[in-house]
Design a protein around this ligand. Structure first.
Ligand code: FES
Ligand code: FES
Length: 199
């Protein structure tokens, strides 16, 4: 059985998985060329409307089916506090609160979050002032370049919500999913403990 290039692309546009088609084509002896394979990656991705609450405000967004929550926050809502670090669920720079719990926003699809509530670093203080934890980060000098800082503060905020007086070990455990390339860990832990002490 032969599949022409045109027929192959038609099947893809019709919704059949590219991976399945490529595998079938190879099994049947058809070798889709480089041009055909490249064209598969250029197919438009469907968009969907999602309504969620972000920093207390109801937002309705038109997002691509493959857009992450991080992309939706940064590109659709211009909330740039959550950072694209590894984009692989390892560094924690993109951490936001989803229904009060810290999540890696690079690992969640925006289309799945209709009806949910998201809080970013921008929404923690609700205004121009700093939260006690943010103030403690500043007072303790708990950062150097600051790229990781929003993620640490969001994660630590959730910790202090659930455990207002954490031990040093609990702080270290809670922050174990956040990485700092500048090595500010000792100051970060001090800041979280100081904020817990002050409240
Ligand atoms: S950018 Fe999301 S975990 Fe690193
Ligand atoms: S302060 Fe630079 S990565 Fe943490």
């Amino acid at each position: 059985m032969k599949i022409s290039r045109r027929g192959f692309v038609k099947l893809v546009i019709g919704g059949t998985s590219a991976a399945v088609l490529v595998a079938a084509a190879w099994l049947l002896g058809t070798r889709p060329g480089r041009e055909t394979l490249l064209s598969l990656t250029e197919q438009p991705v469907a968009s969907k409307s999602v309504t969620l609450t972000v920093n207390g405000a109801r937002e309705t967004l038109d997002v691509k089916a493959n857009a992450t929550l991080l992309e939706a926050l940064r590109e659709d809502l211009d909330l740039r506090g959550a950072k694209p670090g590894c984009l692989n669920g390892e560094c924690g720079a993109c951490t936001v609160l989803l229904d009060g719990l810290p999540v890696y926003s690079c690992q969640r699809l925006a289309v799945e979050l209709s009806g949910h509530s998201v809080t970013t670093i921008e929404g923690l203080s609700g205004g121009a002032s700093l939260t006690p934890l943010q103030q403690a980060f500043q007072d303790e000098g708990a950062f150097q370049c600051g790229f990781c800082t929003p993620g640490f503060i969001v994660t630590a905020t959730a910790l202090l919500e659930s455990t207002p007086r954490p031990s040093e070990l609990q702080v270290r455990q809670a922050l174990s999913g956040n990485l700092c390339r500048c090595g500010s860990y000792a100051h970060v832990v001090k800041a979280v403990l100081a904020a817990a002490e002050a409240t």
